[in-house]
Design a protein around this ligand. Structure first.
Ligand SMILES: [Zn+2]
Length: 358
């Protein structure tokens, strides 16, 4: 299950390609894009948004993830069907195929308790996020059963059970319209040129960045000790887009500021606050930005820091909101300065951020 040399799960290495434009895509149809996400960063963002809005945004998060999961699992099942001459395995087997890999993706430990017509119960340990997992499981259930489902969580943040049953009336998760058509295209870009593991072929930097714990579902970033997950890129973006649509105007700016807060605290926490280091942070921003490609965060095309003015441009950013906040906080932690965004352009292909001292 895991490479004997580098420790990366073979399911991740064999199933994906790292590209030289800073993306990771599925090796086989429907070629789903993947990204290594900082789980604490996502949870910090959702928690901060709930506090700011003064209500629990969990249902909106679950709804955004549900729609996307339904779409990408739907695309996956179509490919399974094609490959097997139109026949699909029985429900239980399909559920196992789709939910068992959640462990190596760092999402949760899932155990099947019962799969009956119209009802499924899974036991869950260490979910990466309860609302995201609710969306994932309900979306998978839709694809397997061919009707709309709801996933209800009973438990605390560490352990519990997910009850999946057909939605009664209009599903709470499905109040937003489907857009469709994100999945299925091959990513026609060359592979990342880098040193590879001699055994499994994963970029060596991936095992340098992360370690997988074979006993639990935990992917840990070596540098920070923070939990990560490997997730489809579009899924998280769909969640943040849903939040931006459902919450108030200009919430995007607020979300960027929340990610910046998380990022600055993270780098200061790991590398020490600049005050204790002669005014400058001991974090190496070039090294951090250079690791973006292996994380599937995009490729850094430009980076300059002159007179404390920062310019960073990233091609194929995995998400404009989270990446803006991440770079902003990184620049602050390494410079020891409070910075403001003097210019930000995000056209879908490239993110360019200009920061200057306040
Ligand atoms: Zn390997």
């Amino acid at each position: 299950m895991y490479c004997e040399i580098c420790g990366v799960p073979l399911g991740i290495t064999r199933g994906n390609l790292w590209h030289d434009d800073g993306t990771i895509s599925g090796r086989y149809p429907p070629h789903i894009m993947g990204t290594f996400f900082d789980v604490d960063e996502l949870n910090y963002l959702f928690h901060s948004l709930s506090e700011f809005m003064q209500f629990d945004i969990g249902d909106i998060v679950a709804s955004g993830k549900y729609h996307d999961t339904r779409e990408y699992m739907g695309a996956l099942v179509e490919k399974i069907k094609e490959a097997s001459g139109g026949k699909l395995p029985p429900e239980e087997e399909l559920y196992r195929m789709m939910l068992t890999p959640t462990r190596i993706w760092g999402l949760a430990e899932v155990g099947f308790e019962s799969i009956e017509p119209g009802r499924m119960v899974v036991s869950v340990k260490d979910p990466y996020s309860i609302p995201l997992l609710r969306g994932d499981v309900a979306g998978v259930a839709d694809v397997v059963t061919g009707r709309e489902n709801e996933a209800v969580w009973e438990g605390d943040e560490r352990e519990g059970k997910m009850f999946v049953a057909p939605a009664e009336g209009p599903s709470k998760l499905s109040r937003l319209a489907d857009e469709g058509g994100h999945y299925g295209m091959r990513h026609e870009v060359g592979e990342l040129e880098c040193e590879r593991c001699a055994s499994c072929g994963a970029p060596k930097e991936v095992s340098g960045l992360f370690k997988w714990d074979g006993e639990s579902c935990r992917i840990e970033e070596r540098f920070s000790g923070r939990r990560y997950c490997f997730n489809n890129t579009q899924g998280i973006t769909a969640v943040l887009e849903t939040l931006a649509e459902e919450l108030e105007e200009n919430i995007e700016q607020r979300m960027i500021a929340m990610s910046r807060e998380y990022s600055r605290a993270l780098y200061e926490d790991v590398a020490g606050k600049p005050e204790s280091n002669g005014g400058r942070g001991s974090i190496d921003p070039e090294l951090q930005l250079g690791s973006f490609a292996c994380r599937g965060w995009g490729r850094v095309m430009e980076m300059s820091m002159q007179d404390d003015e920062w310019v960073v441009a990233v091609e194929n950013p995995h998400n404009n909101i989270m990446l803006s906040g991440r770079i902003w906080g990184l620049a602050e932690a390494s410079s020891g300065l409070d910075l403001s965004v003097s210019d930000r352009t995000a056209d879908g292909k490239t993110l360019r951020l200009q920061l200057e001292p306040l």
